[in-house]
Ligand binder design. Structure first.
Ligand code: B12
Length: 368
């Protein structure tokens, strides 16, 4: 459980005259649950060419929103006029006892990306960023600000890299030294002038290619370049169509997101676990069985995913994803009967994935 000594720091910090405003602001981070906070310019134009190459190659799939607002994505002062500084923050989310490898090794269980086991991070970080902005007002007077968490054309990883929160791995994720990559990023854009922090030295993967090699669907086209169309995270969360048939068996039991490129990363061996009660797994999602998750009615789905990021994919996509995973599960007459009974209940798209699963299971039964 996180202890938030809310009232103490602002008063104490405000009256401490020998600290600069930047140091006072930085001291607000830890009590708000941020493990790190650094400052940078609202400018990611250095990444413009590669962003465009990535989009031109079509790696964004159907995430068309990534092709829009490039000007604002590259210049924060266009997105939020007046912005002079980005306050970039890190919040760790990996729960203790996350059982990740054990779940991936148990084909009858469902793997849900570890970031999505508890409360929706958008809500958690946004609220804390607003509190941060209010506390900054107490220190510095009225200032223009806007919080962002994965919600607007902001290149969060690139900003955080620039601010020195970490370095970018071959899996495209930001890693913090001695901590790993199991954290969220968030930003407070402000019109305050704060001294920018230097970026960290980049490139600590060395000759390691573990994430590229172990990606179940071979989604990395080169170190640091992801073809999202093949990424299980994209397929299960962002993509609402028919999952390419050649990728379905490779998805295994991953029903919402994927962490393989983090789980195999040696820098994550000593990953910090979260202090946030909000990120505690709900409804046993860290080790729920596929059959149980599949048995949820739409009403149960909506109830059980209240306040969770999973809710946003909707019931049909949830069922579609689990149908694929059930097709990869150990075959049994009970499972086949369950899938047959489920047909015709949700949508033609779900039925198509159930049909695929049934063919997989029936051929496994025949082979036995
Ligand atoms: C779109 C998106 C996705 C997409 C695409 C992922 C991706 N790598 O781009 C999908 C749905 C697949 C996804 C998955 C995940 N995501 Co995501 N995602 C985002 C989002 C919204 C935008 C990222 C983005 O701009 N991508 C576009 C491309 C262009 O970015 P890029 O890969 O960094 O591109 C660079 C390289 O490709 C390179 N490049 C391209 N071509 C070339 C060519 C050459 C020659 C060179 C040298 C370089 C180069 O330059 C590009 C520009 O810098 C951010 C939040 C945000 N607003 O920033 C979260 C974010 C990146 N995701 C996050 C997370 C946690 C995840 C998952 C772990 C979730 C999960 N468990 O399922 C996975 C990880 C998969 C992975 N390895 O990326 C976190 C990452 C935190 C961290 N530690 O880094 C973020 C920051 C959200 C947050 N607020 O915390 N995500």
């Amino acid at each position: 459980m996180m202890n938030l000594p809310m009232a103490v720091p602002v008063d104490l910090i405000a009256t401490t005259t020998e600290l600069s405003l930047a140091e006072k602001i930085r001291a607000l981070g830890a009590p708000l649950g941020f493990q790190a906070m650094r400052f940078c310019a609202p400018d990611t134009r250095a990444h413009g060419e590669h962003l465009q190459q990535w989009l031109d190659a079509g790696y964004h799939g159907e995430m068309d929103w990534l092709t829009r607002n490039s000007d604002k994505r590259l210049r924060g002062d266009l997105l939020q006029p007046g912005t002079k500084t980005v306050i970039a923050v890190r919040m760790d989310y990996l729960p203790a006892n996350h059982h990740s490898m054990a779940v991936l090794d148990s084909p009858e269980l469902a793997y849900v990306a570890r970031y999505a086991l508890g409360r929706d991070y958008h809500k958690v970080l946004r609220k804390r960023l607003v509190q941060l902005a209010q506390q900054i007002t107490e220190l510095a007077g009225s200032h223009g600000y806007r919080p962002f968490v994965d919600s607007a054309p902001v290149m969060e990883r690139q900003l955080a890299e620039q601010a020195g929160l970490g370095w970018t791995g071959k899996n495209t994720l930001l890693l913090a030294p001695g901590v790993g990559s199991w954290f969220f990023l968030g930003e407070l854009f402000t019109d305050l002038d704060l001294p920018f922090d230097p970026p960290l030295e980049q490139g600590h993967c060395g000759s390691c290619n573990q994430c590229l090699v172990d990606c179940p669907t071979d989604a990395f086209v080169a170190p640091g370049v992801l073809d999202a169309r093949k990424c299980i995270s994209y397929l299960t969360i962002e993509y609402d169509g028919s999952i390419p048939v050649d990728l379905r068996a490779k998805m295994g039991n991953r029903i919402y997101g994927c962490d393989d490129c983090q789980l195999v990363c040696p820098h994550n061996n000593k990953a910090d676990t979260t202090q946030e009660a909000d990120f505690t797994p709900r409804h046993s999602l860290e080790k729920i069985s596929l059959m149980e998750a599949f048995s949820w009615t739409e009403v149960e789905f909506l109830h059980n995913t209240e306040g969770s990021p999973i809710r946003r994919i909707g019931y049909a996509q949830w069922q579609r994803n689990i149908a694929v995973a059930l097709g990869n599960a150990p075959a049994s007459p009970e499972l086949i009967a369950t899938l047959e009974r489920a047909k015709g209940r949700v949508s033609a798209l779900v039925d198509e994935h159930i049909d695929w699963a049934l063919v997989q299971l029936q051929s496994a039964v025949v082979a036995d």
